[in-house]
Design a protein around this ligand. Structure first.
Ligand code: NOJ
Length: 751
């Protein structure tokens, strides 16, 4: 009898649903959310907080259990990841429409640097310092992903990273909070386009909240212990920028922060994110991070894990099954308040409404649109454009006295030898967070193809692999040396394989893998002019090459159009303009090394002034290549700085100008960087902090005045009470072409 009554009630709800949704047309989204919430059982609410992996890809350890389709039908799943393509997403959404309340599923995916068209890895893109292009790349990724049924990308990754041993350094924007914040906002805007509700916009997700990039020793998933001042000053700004840019969701992180796993960290998720920043979206856990709190030793079992995570503000559980198995019980036993559940579910439902999925759950399931975006020539052109801008010229010297700089190469060079394990690579150009498509071998442009397209008829190319990426064998050296001897110029393509930087890809040594550096040195000793191209997801160490080979381009993993982009730069169709978004260490022993360090009480001022100073006795105090560094085929001269004032009062604006002259032979783009040092403060301040930059384009011989406007807002920092303010006193204003190459002026600011 009781069962029968319940069944009847169920039927009544079912019958009323279409009516409810129809009447909801004129309500605000919040009212609609409340109405749906009012219809939901506790189990259905918990279902919305549950996210499972689909079977298209595995981006974490897989749990094999039950029939997911049946669980969707029962309203036990709110979102799926790794389900892609219109056909596939439609099938599952149709099943969701068979559930009692017909709440649509959200489909999430790691669309990190492109979906079908692959852009440079984010660290590479960051080297462009080109905010508009970065926004554009995210926009295209969203257009392609949304056309394939995806609603939500787990990007941007905005973790500041200062340890290149950490494989995930490739996924972010490098070491600097200012540059990182601009790029975080740019990517959010790109992914979300004109706003959720447009079918070409996907929800962005700022991750990993927070401080994941500071894992001990660069070991992935490791702990983080840092002062709150450092957290607020260095690691949180890009997250705040993402929140201010309207990011729809956040993902928490695997690490514990000062002893509390981020997943159960209510200081991060409740106090900072949802209260101080007034974030209205929802927080998804990282893959299994709710359950992993058992291994952290923070909770005893999944019951306690679910309780701790939900109370701390983790709204959705990715893959750990802790919520679906325990949250209803926790509520019934009074351990988790219904208000906690309701708040999480409201946040999730709100996004589903904003995405328009309640109006039409299939609005991202348009096969014609999917087909149209499958091969979009404009997207490929944009991928090449940002790839060329991401390349960093590390060195371009004269191979022999009396000769010219080696780059750019002539298109009529008679014979070019292309040597190295990545010379003909295709998928290795894509980087870790990208997917394989059946026609990749046709679409991806290898370096070999890219160079061939540039060469004039009559020029010849020779090829030798030389060695494998991670091999110990030198058996291919002889053939490579022979090829080099028969060539006028040698181009060498070395670096990391696609799976050497990325999640769970920490490396204790970050040299060029295998015998690649030896191969380069063997070729260099033939006496032929050598250009080395290094493709990788992280800063590598290659000191012998850096010291002895005349020309080096750092080409990251540049994506689908890698070969074309490198060809443009090698032959001077594009004059390289990239600047490093992260310091390149001289040895692993220097790590962490970053430009905005404190001065200390005993600073080493040069390599000849190290005794009883903060330094290592056996190596230089400098990184191999500093933050902000990158050469051009031309040269730029900076004048001294002109300041509008030498002393200012609060509210007054300082104008700092330099004149930059292109003193070389080629037109080129320079990124003019402004750094500030606060000389004396109530807490010690870094030796310099990036505050602004401008990109300028100059013809050969042309000069431009670059003016920066600085206000006291730019001088603010977190004091010991975590108050964000500025303090009066002396400041150094530095402007230059890298963090190490600056002109300096002094100014005084009074309150
Ligand atoms: C784990 C990674 O840490 C996270 O960044 C990613 O979004 C999820 N797996 C889903 O693939």
């Amino acid at each position: 009898m009781r069962i029968l009554r319940l069944k009847c009630l169920g039927l009544l709800f079912f019958a009323l649903c279409p009516f409810y949704f129809c009447c909801a047309q004129n309500k605000t989204i919040d009212q609609k959310v409340d109405s749906v919430l009012g219809l939901m059982t506790l189990d259905e609410k918990v279902g919305q907080m549950n996210q499972y992996n689909g079977d298209w890809a595995a981006t974490g350890p897989i749990t094999k259990d039950g029939d997911k389709q049946d669980q969707i039908r029962k309203g036990m799943i709110g979102s799926m990841l790794n389900v892609t393509g219109v056909a596939h997403t439609r099938t599952l959404q149709e099943i969701a429409m068979q559930s009692r309340l017909k709440i649509p599923l959200l489909f999430g995916q790691d669309v990190i640097h492109g979906y079908r068209t692959i852009f440079p890895v984010p660290l590479g893109e960051a080297a462009s310092w080109d905010i508009e292009s970065i926004t554009g790349a995210a926009r295209i990724a969203a257009i392609e992903a949304s056309a394939a049924g995806i609603h939500w990308t787990f990007a941007p990754m905005v973790d500041i990273a200062r340890d290149p041993r950490w494989g995930r350094i490739m996924e972010g924007a490098g070491e600097d909070p200012y540059l990182g914040s601009l790029i975080a906002a740019a990517r959010v805007k790109g992914f979300q386009g004109k706003g959720l509700g447009n079918t070409d916009a996907v929800m962005a997700c700022a991750k990993h909240f927070a401080a994941y990039g500071a894992a001990v020793g660069g070991r992935d998933y490791n702990s983080v212990d840092m002062s709150l001042r450092q957290l607020h000053e260095i690691y949180l700004p890009p997250f705040k920028a993402a929140a201010e840019a309207g990011v729809a969701t956040f993902m928490n992180s695997f690490n514990d922060l000062n002893g509390i796993p981020a997943t159960a960290n209510s200081y991060l998720q409740r106090d900072i994110l949802k209260k101080q920043w007034n974030f209205k979206g929802f927080v998804v856990s990282d893959w299994g991070s709710v359950g992993e709190m058992i291994q952290h030793g923070f909770v005893k079992d999944n019951y306690e894990a679910a309780m701790a995570a939900a109370i701390a503000g983790s709204d959705m559980d990715m893959e750990s099954r802790s919520y679906i198995q325990n949250l209803s019980k926790l509520v019934k036993e009074g351990k988790v308040k219904m208000t906690v559940i309701d708040d999480a579910v409201k946040r999730i439902l709100k996004k589903k409404f904003e995405m328009g999925l309640f109006d039409d759950p299939f609005r991202f399931c348009d096969t014609a649109r999917e087909r149209l975006q499958w091969n979009n020539a404009e997207h490929l052109a944009a991928a090449k454009d940002i790839a060329v801008k991401s390349i960093v010229l590390l060195k371009n010297s004269v191979p022999k006295a009396g000769t010219k700089q080696i780059l750019p190469l002539s298109k009529t060079t008679k014979t070019i030898a292309l040597i190295g394990p990545l010379a003909k690579a295709k998928s290795d150009n894509l980087g870790f967070w990208s997917y394989d498509w059946p026609d990749d071998s046709i679409r991806i442009v290898s370096l070999w193809d890219g160079i061939q397209k540039k060469l004039a008829p009559g020029s010849t190319m020779l090829y030798a692999k030389g060695c494998g990426i991670n091999d110990t064998s030198r058996a291919g050296f002889a053939e490579a040396i022979e090829a080099a001897k028969n060539a006028d110029i040698v181009i060498m393509s070395v670096g990391e394989a696609r799976d050497m930087s990325g999640e769970a890809k920490s490396r204790s040594t970050i040299n060029l893998p295998g015998v690649q550096e030896e191969l380069v040195m063997a070729i260099q000793s033939t006496g032929k002019p050598v250009v080395v191209l290094i493709s990788a997801g992280r800063p590598l160490i290659f000191n012998r090459i850096a010291d002895q080979v005349p020309a080096i381009l750092y080409t990251w993993w540049l994506g689908t159009k890698a070969g074309d982009a490198i060809g443009e730069v090698l032959f001077g169709d594009y004059n390289p303009s990239g600047k490093l978004p992260v310091s390149f260490p001289l040895t692993e022993g220097q790590i962490p090394i970053y430009y905005d360090h404190y001065n200390t009480g005993r600073p080493a001022t040069s390599d000849s002034d190290k005794n009883y100073r903060s330094s290592y006795t056996d190596i230089s105090i400098y990184p191999k290549f500093p933050f902000g560094y990158g050469l051009s085929y031309t040269s730029f001269n900076y004048s001294d700085i002109k300041l509008s004032h030498s002393s200012l009062k609060a509210g007054q604006q300082l104008k700092a100008s330099v004149s930059v002259t292109n003193s070389g032979e080629y037109e080129g783009t320079e990124t003019v960087q402004l750094y500030i040092r606060d000389m004396v403060a109530s807490v010690v301040r870094p030796v310099k902090e990036l505050k602004c930059f401008q990109k300028i384009r100059l013809k050969a011989g042309e000069s431009k005045t670059v003016t920066f406007k600085i206000s006291t807002d730019d001088l603010r920092f977190y004091n010991n009470d975590l108050k964000y303010d500025w303090e009066a006193g002396d400041f150094e204003i530095m402007i230059g072409s890298s963090s190490k190459d600056v002109k300096t002026a002094k100014v005084n600011w009074v309150r």
